[in-house]
Structure formats: C-alpha cells, structure tokens
Design a protein around this ligand. Structure first.
Ligand SMILES: Nc1ncnc2c1ncn2[C@@H]1O[C@H](COP(=O)(O)OP(=O)(O)OP(=O)(O)O)[C@@H](O)[C@H]1O
Ligand SMILES: [Mg+2]
Length: 477
C-alpha cells in the first residue's frame, strides 16, 4: 500500500473530526449517565420514600379507625373514608387471611397473603416494597401491624405508582431529549472546530508535497487558531529559507562554472591558434608557459571551491581538538618562503604563547592560509606582512591578526569582499590570480569555529584582518 493511500485511510479513521466528535459525545453521554443515575437515586430516596411514609401513615390511620369502630367485622373498609387513590386496602387477621378488601373481590375472602411485608407486619414490624408487576405496572406494597381483638392482624395497602412512573418518564424523556440535542450541537461544533484545525493542516501538507516535488515557491496562507497560524508562518519561513539557499547554490554553481570557463577559454584559444599556425620552436616555451599559468589558475580555483565546500559541509559547529596555532602559522609561512623571498617581503611574527588550545586545526589553517595569501599577494614587493597571535583579557580570548602595508581596500568594497567570487578589481587582478573565494572560505571557517572577523583598512596604508575567538582561552602562563 502506498504511503499516500495509507495516510488517507488513517485520516478517515483517526482524523481530528472523529477525535473531537467522539470525545464530545463521550463526555455528553457520561454526564447523561451520571445524571440518570443521580435521578434514579433521588427518586428512590425522596419520592418513593415519601410515598412509603405516607402509605404507612394511611395504613396506621385505617387500622386505628377500624379499631375505634370495634374491629374489622364491624367496621368495613367501604365505610371508612380516606382510602389512598389508585390503592387497594386489605385487612388481615393474625394468620394473614383477608378479612376485608377495599376492592370487594369475593375471590380474596379469607385468602392467606404470604407477602414479605405481610409477614413483617404480623411479626410486629412495618414492611414495604416496590415491585414491577407482570402487567408492566410499578406498585408499592405496604403492611403495618394492627390488633383489634388480641389475636393480631395487619392492614395491607397495594398502590399502583403510575403517577410517579409517568413523572419519572417525563423527566427522563426531557433528559434524553436534552442529551440528544446536546449531542447534535456537540457534533456540529466538533465538525466546525475540526475544520478550522484540519484545513490549515491539509493546506500545509499539500504545500509540503509541492515543495518536495520541486515547487519551491509553495506557500500557505496562515489561518485557523493561533497554533496553526504559527505553524503556517513557520512553514513559510522555512520554505523561504530553502528557496534562498537553493538560489544561492545555483548562483554559486553559475559563478563557479563562469570562473572555470575563463582559463579554459584562454587555453582553447591558445591551442586553436597553434592548430591554425603551428608555433616556431622558439615560441613554444612561452606558449607552454601561458598554458601552464592557465592550468595553475584552474587548479587553484578548483581547490578553492573544494575548500569552501569542505568548510561549509555539515551544519554542526566544528569539533575543536587540542592544536598548536602558532605551529600551524609557522608551517604556513614556511611553505610560502619561496614567494615571500621572491617578492622581497618582510614577515613579522609574534606569538604570545606557543602552547596548544582547543580549536579545529583544519579550519584554523584555512583561515590563516587565505589571509596570509592575500597579504602576500596584494602587498607590493618590499612591503611588510605581520602575523600575530594574542590571548588578551587574561588569556580569555584568542586574537589572530594578519596585517600588511599594501594598497588597502576601498571602503565601498568592504561589505562585499567576503562574498564568493568577489574581487575588488577583477581586470587589474588578472595578474595576481585568484577566484575571489579566499575570504568567503575565511568567513565560513570563522562562522564554524565561532570566530568574529573584522577588517581595518585605509587605501594606500594597508589592511588588518583580525579574528577573535571568545570561546578559546589559553591555560599556559
Ligand atoms: N590584504 C589585502 N589587501 C588588499 N586587498 C585585499 C586584501 N585581501 C583581500 N583583498 C581584496 O578582496 C578581494 C577578495 O579577496 P579573496 O581572498 O576573497 O579573493 P582573491 O584573493 O582575489 O582570490 P582567491 O582568494 O580565491 O585566490 C580580493 O580580490 C582583493 O581585491
Ligand atoms: Mg585570496
């Protein structure tokens, strides 16, 4: 099953609509259940209880009235008023046999009643119970002890509780109706609420899929509650960042191809001219030298691109290890000794300590090499280049300075020199060579090692590049 298909199926089962709707219904039904339980309890304890007490009182009244009139044989129930409505009264002797019946049912005469309530009354206690009868009615049986001739007896009342049942039914009906209406309202509300949440989320997943398929300009319009609006805005921010990065990569590739094309075009022109008119043997060394220069240029550009990509690779900051920065600088100066003496430059070096500090040696080497190469390259013969490494502020930070007394950099170019392939004067710099990548590499390596770079320059007086690492301290005294 495809990922898409599975997602769509899961959405049907687990969609926010279902979650919200079912949760609301669950809450409403639980509340309804508790309410019904509470009402049944209330009915039992108060309404039915009150009815029981009233029937007991009536039974006792009837018993007293019978006794006052000389016993059941003299006082017939029919002659005593105040019988309970929907009720049937039976007068029983000490054995539980029917002596009198308010319904005047001849079949009941002297019939022995064996109900629990009757047994309780005959043994001197009041008894009462409620019953669901086979005909579907709900009745209460009550019996109280009575005595009119010393042989005991009881008054038994059976009452149909249909008035209570109909009251209960109408209240329950109202509760169930209310629950039903609340359920419909809850489902409608859940539907509306889930739409306000799920719609922006669906938009977001659609935009994410479009981005994945290459439409980097896909955006969403943030809507819904605060959280989904924030999510939408974050998505747009991320999409813009991705688009910018891709655009920069594209520009970088174009610029790189452009830089590689220039020496290749020169070499092609040289080779084609040799094909048209084969060079004289004495012209060959110069031609070969020209091609050699272009090849070196090409190689240098390719290496710079590789260094930049290496410095950029990975998003995590560099992993510092114990390394000796002074030693790295000395090695780099030594490897450039031939150029330095060829250009008759004076190199001044000053190191506050020669010890090890925690730094990424590869990135540090890239920074020093590029700043040093620039200083050597742009300082006219006979000039001075100084490299210093200090640990000021009680050795709590490390500062590298590479300075020269070369031509300096015009201020209007200062904010651009760290861009890739940027050179102050590309035409005039043809002789010095270079693709304009050195300072971009330095910037990248500084960012990776948490170094902060500054430039101080004045045209004609020279340039100072300083890098400060607040995260590097030297423990050596
Ligand atoms: N010490 C310096 N003195 C004068 N100008 C400098 C100095 N350092 C850098 N620049 C100017 O800044 C530009 C960018 O320097 P960057 O190191 O990025 O490129 P590059 O040296 O021209 O080429 P690459 O470093 O790729 O060989 C240089 O072209 C140059 O114009
Ligand atoms: Mg450079």
């Amino acid at each position: 099953m495809s990922e898409d298909h599975r997602l769509r199926r899961n959405k049907k089962i687990l969609g926010v609509r279902w979650h919200l709707g079912l949760s609301y219904l669950l809450v409403i039904w639980v509340i309804l259940g508790v309410l019904l339980l509470f009402m049944s309890n209330l009915l039992e304890t108060s309404i039915i209880g009150a009815r029981r007490a009233s029937l007991y009182a009536q039974a006792h009244l009837i018993a007293s009235a019978i006794r006052a009139r000389g016993g059941p044989r003299e006082a017939r129930i029919a002659t005593i008023g105040g019988l309970p409505p929907q009720g049937r009264v039976l007068v029983l002797d000490g054995e539980g046999r029917v002596l009198d019946d308010s319904a005047s049912d001849p079949g009941m005469a002297l019939k022995k009643l064996g109900f629990d309530e009757v047994r309780a009354a005959l043994s001197g206690r009041e008894g009462a119970n409620t019953y669901y009868l086979p005909d579907g009615s709900f009745a209460m049986y009550v019996a109280v002890p009575a005595d009119w001739d010393g042989t005991g007896g009881a008054v038994f009342i059976a009452q149909d509780l249909k008035d209570i049942v109909s009251q209960y039914r109408s209240v329950m009906g109202m509760v169930v109706w209310g629950g039903g209406i609340a359920s419909v309202v809850a489902v409608a509300f859940a539907w509306h609420l889930s739409t306000t949440i799920s719609e922006p989320l669906s938009d977001l997943s659609r935009a994410a899929r479009m981005m994945a398929s290459g439409r980097l300009d896909s955006r969403v319009s943030p809507k819904g509650p605060l959280e989904t609006r924030e999510l939408g805005a974050s998505f747009n921010y991320m999409a813009q960042a991705i688009e910018n990065t891709m655009e920069r990569q594209e520009q970088f590739l174009m610029a790189a191809a452009h830089e590689l094309r220039a020496p290749l075009a020169s070499m092609r022109a040289l080779v084609e001219s040799m094909e048209i008119s084969p060079p004289e043997p004495d012209e060959l060394p110069e031609l070969i030298n020209d091609i050699h220069i272009e090849i070196l240029d090409l190689q240098q550009t390719a290496e710079s691109i590789l260094s930049l990509l290496r410095a950029r690779s990975g998003t995590a900051p560099s992993k510092p290890q114990q390394a000796n920065p002074a030693k790295i600088i000395k090695e780099l100066i030594k490897s450039r000794a031939a150029t330095i003496s060829e250009r008759n430059l004076e190199i001044i070096q000053r190191y506050q300590t020669g010890g090890e500090v925690p730094i990424d040696p590869l990135l540090f080497r890239l920074i020093v090499a590029n700043l040093l190469d620039n200083a050597i390259k742009f300082t006219p013969p006979g000039g001075t280049v100084a490299v210093t490494l200090d640990f000021p502020e009680n050795r709590n930070k490390m500062v590298l300075e590479v300075s020269d007394n070369g031509p300096g950099i015009p201020p209007e170019h200062l904010d651009k020199i760290f861009e890739r392939f940027y050179r102050v004067d590309p035409a005039r710099q043809k002789a010095t060579g270079g693709a304009g990548l050195g300072l971009a590499i330095v910037k990248e390596a500084c960012e990776k090692t948490a170094g902060v770079i500054h430039v101080e320059t004045s045209p004609g007086a020279g340039t100072v590049f300083a890098v400060e690492w607040h995260n590097i301290r030297s423990d050596e005294s």
